[in-house]
Structure formats: structure tokens, C-alpha cells
Design a protein around this ligand. Structure first.
Ligand code: PEP
Ligand code: MG
Length: 591
């Protein structure tokens, strides 16, 4: 592989700077035993280190809550729970008492045993737990071995691009934004706990780069492009120039944001577009509004459950939904029901290890099998309807019966709420994400039961092309402009129009300039993108003509290969948009 490393987008934004290699890891623990007479002392030492670690973690959690918010702070809960976990505590004490191991040795052994057990599954969420485990192991061992606490990621002097095998939540949260300009790691996906923190801290990051930490020499510069998931090592003059130009443009947009946010998302020839935001956390709603969002096209709700040891209360969910509706009281807010499984699942569900988690017990399937989890969410969403224009969005729907079943459950919960005198607004809408070929190809039937469709292109591409979206090695095969994908988008758009229901798009494709152009050309006039992408997308919308988009889409639909599709769109967009200045992943493949 060359200097250009393709990985997974983790946190938006671009950055350039000298590489700072960060090596952190489990310290070497001396092979030592203690005499019987010192056993009690070692047990005491272990408990004292536990208490110390708990105090430190609580401190980190409180500071995170103040700096980033309560949801982000909760990321440290699994580690706190692990510190009190019977298996961890009793196992370690047993090794000290029975094998006369020192406290650090006994703790390391116990944690490595748990690690080995968890590693037998390939589920990415378990991999996140391993990351939490390692974070805790490092912290406690440093204490027991009297080593300085790990955490100085700032190097000396000016800002740097941190390159590491992986990061941990506690290392990430200690990063000083003025000194850590960007992050590039071998491991880690968008749902990794440290990745969520990096996003909250606005640090551009790319993960899943496989072996970048071994490839760097140490004195090179790197460009991190968190939008497209690309890192350029030792950039050429031209690559630097493109970076600077893009940065200048982003800064200009940022300066002009208040003005841009006020401008309507309308094409040059007068076609208005509904431009909404995708949110991962309720706290992003204000920034989304300030970036010009006219509502929320996708509010992912997994933050309420992932990494937690118990189910969230209905009240807590209701408050989170209300928080977003308070920011968008008169605009649509699409609340997606739990999309668990695949790359995200909560600890309390004890999900079985699956050979193919993305083809497994996921999303609506999990919810319909777990009404104890699903009903409180439906109740909380129903109660939220009293505060705005709520649209309930069901993930991974394949079958009409799934929608019908949710309607029945909603009717039952409405009845309960009515009896309890809880207010809600019965005018809400229910629809589904179209993110499998099954849903796209029988959209006609689904449309009879749905009030709207939302195209989830991230998954639709994955399932159509049989390319795992989290597998960095396959990133070059993951192409949203494959003819098989765009023909399904066209089909769903036509079905929606014929049925008189809105079809929006909320996958990442909508934030690529050529993706925006194609979707407009296919007749999709509601787009939802992550909030940092809103200014770029609005800029594209305001620079093109809907007639040109339609003509280009017709040509794209007749194109035989993804490359021809992209070329047809690039020709169609012509001079209207200078693609080299945008960070769209597919558009960039042309520059
Ligand atoms: C999608 O699949 O396109 C989507 C928007 O949902 P997610 O990325 O959360 O799977
Ligand atoms: Mg999806």
C-alpha cells in the first residue's frame, strides 16, 4: 500500500500536521509470587488500587460530563462496572490467595482470561468491550506497579496527528484539542467508545487503517480526512495545496455559516429541497440547527443503550427525544427505533455471538423479539409526539408484516397512554428505512403501510454489493454509485411518488456532491446528512439546476459501471461545482 491509506470515517473534519506516534499498552508485569505472610497485604493493595481507579474514573466521567455532556460521560460506566464485577474481583483475589501471585500479576491474569473469552467472538461490540477492558487494565497496572499514569498525548509544542494502533476512551478524553489536530488508528470503528468522544470533541479521525501505526517512519506529515476516511502520509505539494484550499473553503463557510444557514436550500432553477440533519446524540441538535438543518432526518437512538448494563428508563428516553424536539419544534424529527445488532449491541441483551452479525439478529428483528425493550421506546416516542412533528423510522425492514406489527404495538401503547392520561399527538407518521434490496424491490407493497420511506444508503450499498461497510480492506469495493444501487434508489423514488409518500435519503452518499446531485436527479427532494456536512450540501444544492440533475441521472441510470455512473454525473455537474474543493468520498476519486 502507498501513502494514501483508506480506512473508516470516524470523526468529520480535515487536519494536517506532523505525525505523533502514540504507543500505549499493558506494562510488563514481573513474574513474582509472595510468601503466605504477605497475601493479605497484596489483597489489600489490589482493593486499594481498585478504589483509586474508581475515583480516577469517576473524576474523568464528571469532567467529561461537564465538557461534553452526560451521554459521553456514560462511556466510562462499563469500566466502573468492571471494577466491581464479581468475576474480576473474586478471580483476582483467588489468584492472590491460592497461587500467591502479586496483586498486579493476579489482576493481569484475570483480565487476560476474560479478554481471551471475549475474543472468541468476532462481534465488533465485544471488541469495544475489549478496548474498555484494556483501558482499565492499563490504568490499574500502572497504579500497582507505581508507574506514571499514561495520558500525555500532546507531545511537546505545536499540534500533531496522533497515530496509534488503537485508542481508549480515557486517552481520547484527555486530548487537548489545540495540540491533537487529528487521529489515525489501525483499529476502531465509528461506534468505538473513543470514536464517539473524538466526534464530540470535534477532532477529525480515521480508524480501521489496518497497519498505519507500523507504516509511519515518524518524521512525516499526514493529512487526516475524517469525512471520507482517508489518511495521506507524507503529502505531496499538490495534496497540500488541495488540503489548504479545502481548509480555507471550510473556514470561509464557517465564517459565513450564520448567513448560509439562513439561505434556503433551493436549486438554481427554484426546486426547494428539505435539508435535515442526522444526529447520533441529542446534544448535536443545536449545532445542527446552527448549521442550517430544517429538522432531523435521522435521530439514531443507540446512544441510549450501547455500553449500558441496564435498559434505559422510558422517562430518560422521553427526555432525550424532547431535548431534540425543543430545538426543532415545528420541523420533522425522524426518530429511528433501536438499530441494535450488527456493529452495536448493549451488554444487557446478552446477544449470542453470531457468525454474521450484519446478517443476523439486528434492528427491527431484535426489537420485535424483545418487547420489554421495544415497548418503552415506543411509549417514549409517542409521548414525544406531543412536542413536535415526530416521524417514527424503522430500521432494516424487509417485510410488510414488520411494519404491521409495529402499528399494532403503537395502537396498544396509545391506548395505555390514553388510559393513563398521558398526552400525545396521534398525527405522527410511521415509515421505514429502505436499506436492503428486499425492501427496495418490494417497495410497492411496503408503501401501502408506510407514511414515508427513508433511503439508508449506508446499509443498502453494503447489502446490495455484499461488502461489509466496516471492513477497511474492502473500502474500495464499497461504492454507492454501483448501477445496482442507483437503480434501486430510482425505483424507490418512483414508487414513493406514485404512492404520494415522501422519500428522503439519509445515508452518507447524500453528503457527497455527486451523491447530492444524483439524488436530486432521481427525484429525491429531502436529504439528511451529518450536521458538519450541511453547509457543503446546501452549497451544492444552490449551485445546480434540477433539470441538469435529472438529465445526468438519466444518463447515470443507463451507465454500465460505477465509474461510468460517476463520469456521467461529473459531466452533468460540470463547472457548477468545483469537486476538488469538496470532501465527498466518491467525488474525490475523480480529482
Ligand atoms: C444507513 O444505513 O444508511 C443509515 C443511515 O443508518 P446507519 O448508518 O445508522 O446504519
Ligand atoms: Mg442503516
Amino acid at each position: 500500500m502507498g501513502r494514501i491509506c483508506e480506512g473508516l470515517p470516524i470523526s468529520e473534519g480535515i487536519a494536517i500536521g506532523p505525525v505523533l506516534q502514540v504507543r500505549w499498552g499493558v506494562p510488563e508485569v514481573p513474574h513474582e509470587t509472595v510468601p503466605e505472610s504477605r497475601v493479605d497485604e497484596e489483597v489489600e493493595r489490589f482493593h486499594a488500587a481498585r478504589a483509586w481507579a474508581a475515583e480516577r474514573l469517576e473524576g474523568v466521567r464528571d469532567r467529561t460530563a461537564k465538557r461534553l455532556g452526560a451521554m459521553e460521560a456514560r462511556i466510562f460506566d462499563p469500566q466502573l462496572l468492571m471494577l466491581d464485577d464479581v468475576e474480576v474481583v473474586e478471580g483476582t483475589v483467588r489468584y492472590i490467595r491460592e497461587n500467591h501471585l502479586t496483586a498486579p500479576r493476579a489482576f493481569e491474569w484475570r483480565m487476560l482470561e476474560l479478554q481471551a473469552r471475549w475474543m472468541r467472538t468476532s462481534n465488533p461490540m465485544v471488541l469495544d468491550r475489549l478496548n474498555d477492558l484494556e483501558d482499565l487494565l492499563v490504568r490499574v497496572l500502572h497504579r500497582l506497579l507505581d508507574l506514571p499514569e499514561p495520558g500525555d498525548l500532546t507531545g511537546d509544542g505545536a499540534g500533531a496527528i496522533v497515530v496509534a494502533r488503537n485508542l481508549t476512551p480515557s486517552l481520547t478524553v484527555q486530548m487537548d484539542h489545540s495540540r491533537v489536530l487529528g487521529i489515525a488508528t489501525d483499529l476502531g470503528t465509528r461506534t468505538s467508545h473513543w470514536a464517539i468522544l473524538a466526534r464530540s470533541m470535534d477532532i477529525p479521525a480515521v480508524g480501521g487503517l489496518v497497519d498505519i501505526s507500523r507504516r509511519i517512519v515518524g518524521n512525516e506529515d499526514a493529512i487526516v480526512d475524517g469525512r471520507v476516511g482517508r489518511v495521506i502520509l507524507d503529502p505531496s505539494e499538490r495534496e497540500r495545496a488541495v488540503f489548504v484550499e479545502r481548509k480555507v473553503r471550510i473556514r470561509a463557510w464557517e465564517d459565513g455559516l450564520p448567513e448560509l444557514a439562513r439561505l434556503d436550500p433551493v436549486t438554481l432553477d427554484g426546486q426547494p429541497i428539505a435539508l435535515r440533519a442526522n444526529l447520533d446524540l441529542p446534544g448535536e441538535a443545536v449545532r445542527a440547527r446552527d448549521h442550517g438543518a430544517e429538522g432531523v432526518g435521522l435521530f439514531r437512538t443507540e446512544f441510549l443503550v450501547v455500553g449500558r448494563s441496564s435498559m434505559p428508563e422510558e422517562e430518560e428516553q422521553y427526555e432525550s427525544y424532547r431535548q431534540v424536539l425543543a430545538v426543532f419544534p415545528r420541523q420533522p424529527v425522524f426518530i429511528r427505533t433501536y438499530d441494535l445488532g450488527g456493529d452495536k449491541f448493549p451488554m444487557f441483551l446478552h446477544m449470542p455471538a453470531e457468525e454474521n452479525p450484519f446478517l443476523g439478529w439486528r434492528a427491527i428483528r431484535v426489537c420485535l423479539d424483545n418487547l420489554d425493550l421495544f415497548r418503552p421506546q415506543l411509549r417514549a416516542v409517542l409521548r414525544a409526539t406531543a412536542h413536535g412533528d415526530v416521524r417514527i423510522l424503522l430500521p432494516l425492514v424487509n417485510d410488510v408484516e414488520e411494519v404491521v406489527r409495529v402499528r399494532e404495538l403503537l395502537a396498544e401503547e396509545e391506548e395505555h397512554l390514553r388510559r393513563e392520561g398521558q398526552p400525545f399527538s396521534p398525527g405522527y407518521k410511521l415509515g421505514c428505512l429502505v436499506e436492503t434490496p428486499a425492501a427496495a424491490l418490494h417497495a410497492v407493497e411496503l408503501a401501502r403501510h408506510c407514511d414515508f420511506f427513508s433511503l439508508g444508503t449506508n446499509d443498502l450499498v453494503q447489502y446490495t454489493l455484499a461488502v461489509d461497510r466496516t471492513n477497511a480492506r474492502l473500502a474500495h469495493l464499497y461504492n454507492a454509485f454501483h448501477p445496482a444501487v442507483i437503480r434501486q434508489l430510482h425505483l424507490v423514488s418512483r414508487v414513493g411518488r406514485a404512492a404520494g409518500i415522501e422519500v428522503s435519503a439519509c445515508g452518507e452518499m447524500a453528503s457527497d456532491p455527486l451523491g447530492t446531485f444524483l439524488l436530486l436527479g432521481l427525484g429525491i427532494t429531502a436529504l439528511s446528512v451529518s450536521w458538519p456536512s450541511l453547509p457543503e450540501v446546501k452549497k451544492v444544492i444552490r449551485s445546480v439546476r434540477i433539470e441538469d440533475a435529472r438529465a445526468a441521472a438519466r444518463k447515470a441510470l443507463a451507465a454500465p459501471t460505477p465509474r461510468d455512473v460517476i463520469r456521467a454525473l461529473a459531466n452533468g455537474i460540470g463547472e457548477a461545482v468545483d469537486l476538488s474543493g469538496f470532501s465527498g468520498r466518491w467525488s474525490q476519486s475523480l480529482t
